[in-house]
Write a protein that binds this ligand. Structure first.
Ligand code: NAD
Ligand code: 89Y
Length: 343
């Protein structure tokens, strides 16, 4: 397979993980340009990662570079315009979550890429985390039978504002930033949901949006699940950034406990295994769960480009997760059970 030529847009906090992961995948792709509205950030990333070109304008970069894909690691308000520019230039894109700040923008950017006939994947990395991949594999094997109930929980007091100060300013906060990841995991393990109940809370002083939310999903097969997310849960030790889960099935259960202990109960008995992520020289102890999943996510994108197949987290697929976020906001405001939009 020919080496894919990619360009990264957005050289901020999280982009380093993308660039390190592309470097790990260097036998399959080359990042040939980076872009940031702040030219110093683009130049700094190009220098540090040995990337030949840097730009302050996406349009200029798309005009000048011959690309197989663009990797969009900017914050959500810019995603629609950048994806639409990729669509106009006939270039595929992988875009960070959340796909957009609103349902209208999310659907528009998916349609733009579909009309251009180019691939679009959302960089939704939680379902690609090593422990969650293993939990999904156990469930899919049928060893615990049909799932009947699930809880997917991410609660932390970790100072996320230090690295991502923009999160304090957004009106739609924890559901769109973090709930979107955990709702996606619930979809993968429990199947599609057709009803949503939600309560949200704003706990921390000085933030604009909600930093705690509890969602109850009704799944099509009859199962129920709870997704609870919080950035206002001081604790020690803090499990950040682990998602913990418990799924009951008709024949057993799966539990993912702190520090990557997976406990599976089947009619044959209970087993426990360590499902820790892979650590590599550029990863930190705390973030390697996510950093390792960035490599897995980006590898999946390259696999799909090579094979011409639809990514598991394609724009169209991710709209189904986005619809659960929208229904959660609606349910929190109305106090009623809401139905997600059909995608
Ligand atoms: P950031 O603000 O640190 O960096 C974003 C960069 O994009 C900035 O340097 C900004 O100048 C640049 N930018 C904005 N608009 C641009 C445009 N139109 N053209 C070129 N450059 C532009 O943000 P971040 O914390 O790195 O977050 C980026 C994205 O990654 C967000 O969508 C966030 O939700 C996501 N994120 C994902 C994870 C994860 O685990 N999946 C973790 C953290 C952040
Ligand atoms: O913003 C969040 C995300 O997307 O993953 C982890 C995070 O950076 C903080 O919880």
């Amino acid at each position: 397979m020919a080496i894919k030529r990619g360009a990264l847009v957005g050289c901020g906090f999280f982009s380093r993980n993308h660039l390190q992961a592309w470097r790990d995948l260097g036998d399959r792709c080359a990042i040939v340009a980076v872009c940031d509205l702040d030219p110093a950030k683009a130049e700094g990333a190009a220098l540090e990662f040995g990337i030949p070109a840097h730009y302050a304008s996406v349009e200029e970069m798309l005009d000048r570079e011959a690309l197989d894909f663009v990797d969009i690691a900017t914050t959500a308000p810019s995603h629609r315009a950048i994806v639409e520019a990729c669509a106009r230039h006939g270039v595929g894109a992988i875009v960070q979550k959340p796909m957009a700040p609103t349902w209208k923008d999310a659907t528009a950017l998916v349609v733009a890429m579909e009309q251009a006939g180019r691939p679009l994947m959302v960089h939704e990395n939680f379902r690609f985390q090593a422990p969650l991949l293993r939990a999904a594999e156990c469930l899919a094997s049928g060893m615990i039978g049909e799932p009947t109930w699930g809880r997917f929980s991410f609660r932390t007091g970790y100072d996320i504002y230090a690295g991502q100060p923009y999160l304090a300013e957004v009106e739609r906060f924890v559901l769109l930033d973090l709930g979107i990841h955990v709702l996606d995991v619930a979809r993968v393990l429990m199947g599609e949901a057709d009803s949503v109940v939600c309560r949200s809370q704003s706990i921390r002083d000085g933030i604009r949006g909600e930093d705690m939310a509890t969602v109850m999903l009704g799944h099509r097969g009859g199962a129920t699940s709870i997704v609870d997310v919080s950035y206002a849960s001081p604790q020690s030790p803090d499990p950040f950034p682990q998602t913990l889960l418990h799924v009951d099935g008709r024949k057993g259960s799966i539990q993912l406990e702190r520090d990557f202990h997976l406990i599976v109960t089947t009619p044959a008995g209970t087993t426990s295994e360590s499902v820790a992520p892979r650590a590599s020289h550029w990863m930190s102890q705390q973030w390697c769960l996510i950093q390792d999943s960035v490599v897995t996510t980006q590898r999946h994108w390259l696999d799909c480009l090579d094979r011409g197949t639809e990514p598991a987290t394609s724009g169209r697929d991710n709209l189904k997760t986005f619809a659960l976020v929208e229904a959660s906001y609606l349910a929190a405001a109305s106090g009623r059970r809401e139905s997600p939009a059909t995608v």
